[in-house]
Ligand binder design. Sequence first.
Ligand code: FES
Length: 126
Amino acid sequence: MSSENVTVDDAFTKVATTEEIPQGTGIGVDVDGIEIAVYNVEGEFYAISNRCAHQRAPLCKAGDKKINAEHTWTDTRGGVNEESCTVSCPWHLWEWDLETGEHEASGQRIGTFDTHVEDQDVYVRI
Ligand code: FES
């Protein structure tokens, strides 16, 4: 869920600074034991569950370079699509809507969280 129309209260936790999440990327954070992936889409921040509902891949790794079984670098896999406001899982490329947490093809949904940016700090509400 994006940061629009959100009032900051005690339920919000600072998870990063805006500089720590460059546009078009995401990071993984832990808020009270809940794994959350936070993405920057054209300067708007979105937070969803960090675990893909398919086989629980860490969605914060989408777009990272990977090392295959022979320990050689492979191309990046998955990543943020700013145009569609989605992230593709790095394992099997299921595409998750960052606003709704929905995977359209299967109808499955993962959790989304409110975000807020204040003084260059990014907050997430769980
Ligand atoms: S674990 Fe995410 S698509 Fe398979």
